[in-house]
Design a protein around this ligand. Structure first.
Ligand SMILES: *[C@@H]1O[C@H](CO)[C@@H](O)[C@H](O)[C@H]1NC(C)=O
Ligand SMILES: *[C@@H]1O[C@H](CO)[C@@H](O)[C@H](O)[C@H]1NC(C)=O
Ligand SMILES: *[C@@H]1O[C@H](CO)[C@@H](O)[C@H](O)[C@H]1NC(C)=O
Length: 447
């Protein structure tokens, strides 16, 4: 009988969960993709000699605290607490089953001593560092082969102090590729939330060869002129969900990638199942981007409710000859942008190559892209789509898109070549290559 009762309770709980999610169908979130864990075992960086005075180097404290988490293996994992204060440290590795928790007013700052920054191997899907041949500097916060990692708290700050690195890039004195602020490789079940990322040396958050990654309620800040400070770059990763975040950097806000040219093609690891929603920000480059490194393929991407100010390009899908890879089933909807050079750009001639050994016959495929419900003001050029002559872009659906000009001498009309698809309720009118019949082709299945 007791069992029977429990069963009944089980059923009731299930029904109520279902009806709740039904009632909230309009407000979809990343919740549930990764379990949020409560950790009973808690330690503080101060237990390991950490000093938050902004000058003491805390590398040893971080490495020892994380060594303790890794080797004591407490049930349910361990929370590492960072109290208010400024903790200067060199780069360090995370471990599985840990929470890195930032109190309100807690800041960890990367050392500017770049000479002793460790090097790690290049990513196989890149074959070399992204900007320099050979190895690359390890990320400020790094993880490889991890699971069940949470980085959260009360909006504390991870400060990359990237200025020294940006200057080396500007002065062309970089020996190896600059470090990311956070990189998690070959990892799963990751949550990054309620943290501020500041002045990354290079890309900010780089999940690569990873799955089930939730990034929400983050703020990512870097100056508009800081080189290559991409916000979030899901790379050869699946089930990545990014939401409710503000990103203002010197490069793409979110860029979905999967390796480049012969290295990305032979590694063959796509990015798929990527959701981006309720993201706001500004950048001299792209808001929502796919590419240009897409050699492993990029599929099943949904970006919605995106608000962009003072942009280079609002939505940018980019690839190149030699990339290979299939970009397919990309949906971008409900975008508002204000003051942009270009609203929408889809192009097959963007980005450089790792070396001269790329295969010029490895043409990318780009198809089944829906861009709908886009409003913009002061957009100098509404759109530009340039497919490749021997690999035209197909199944492009543009629907309900209204991009008003800047009323200045730099205003340009739409430009298209080597593309097919449909345009429905698009003003100004895009191009003759796109048909206006909704029931015919690209736009037929999306309403
Ligand atoms: C961090 O982990 C990598 C392996 O992913 C290892 O090569 C490196 O030595 C570790 N670095 C530190 C500083 O612990
Ligand atoms: C942290 O910032 C997020 C917005 O990114 C906000 O929703 C949240 O309330 C803030 N939390 C605290 C504890 O200040
Ligand atoms: C396209 O991607 C969405 C996720 O954005 C997914 O739900 C859908 O099943 C995909 N469609 C196809 C035909 O693969």
């Amino acid at each position: 009988m007791l069992c029977f009762d429990l069963l009944c309770i089980g059923v009731i709980v299930l029904i109520s969960i279902n009806s709740t999610s039904f009632a909230n169908a309009e407000w979809v979130t990343c919740s549930g993709i990764v379990p949020m864990r409560y950790r009973n075992d808690k330690i503080s960086i101060t237990d390991f000699g950490g000093v938050g005075d902004g000058v003491t180097l805390n590398t040893k404290a971080f490495r020892e605290a994380i060594y303790r988490i890794e080797h004591l293996r407490r049930r349910g994992g361990t929370l590492l607490y960072i109290p208010p204060g400024e903790y200067l440290t060199g780069p360090f590795n995370l471990t599985s089953r840990m929470t890195l928790y930032f109190a309100k007013g807690a800041v960890i700052k990367a050392t500017t001593d770049t000479e002793h920054w460790p090097l790690i191997a290049p990513l196989p899907s890149y074959g070399r560092g992204r900007e320099r041949p050979g190895g690359r500097y390890m990320s400020f916060i790094h993880g490889d082969g991890l699971h069940d990692v949470i980085i959260t708290g009360e909006n504390g700050t991870i400060d990359g102090q990237g200025g020294v690195w940006w200057n080396m890039w500007r002065q062309r004195t970089l020996q190896f590729t600059r470090p990311n602020l956070i990189e998690l490789m070959n990892s799963r079940n990751i949550i990054i939330s309620n943290v501020i990322f500041k002045n990354s040396p290079f890309w900010n958050i780089h999940p690569v060869y990873s799955s089930n990654v939730v990034i929400r309620y983050v703020t990512i800040l870097a100056p508009a002129d800081s080189p290559n400070t991409d916000g979030i770059d899901p790379d050869s990763s699946s089930h990545v969900c990014i939401e409710d975040s503000y990103i203002s950097t010197g490069d793409d806000l979110v860029a979905v990638k999967s390796g480049w040219d012969e290295y990305g093609i032979s590694y063959g690891r796509p990015s798929h199942g990527i959701t981006i929603r309720r993201v706001t920000g500004s950048s001299p480059f792209a808001g929502i981007a796919v590419g240009s490194e897409t050699s492993g393929g990029v599929e099943d991407v949904l970006a919605e409710h995106i608000t962009l100010y003072n942009m280079g390009v609002g939505i940018h899908l980019k690839t190149n000859i030699g990339r290979g890879g299939v970009i397919r089933n990309i949906t971008v909807s409900n975008v508002y942008m204000e003051n942009a050079r270009k609203g929408i750009k889809i192009s097959g001639d963007v980005g450089d190559h790792p070396d001269e050994y790329y295969n010029p016959n490895a043409l990318p495929v780009l198809k089944d892209v829906v861009i709908k419900n886009v409003w913009g003001e002061r957009v100098q050029q509404p759109g530009l789509i340039h497919g490749l002559r021997n690999a035209p872009f197909t199944g492009i659906c543009l629907s309900n898109i209204h991009l008003g000009g800047a009323r200045g001498p730099r205003d340009l009309p739409w430009q298209c070549s080597d593309v097919s698809g449909a345009a429905v309720q698009v003003s100004p009118w895009p191009c003759s290559q796109l048909t206006s019949r909704q029931q015919n082709g690209a736009c037929s299945s999306s309403f």
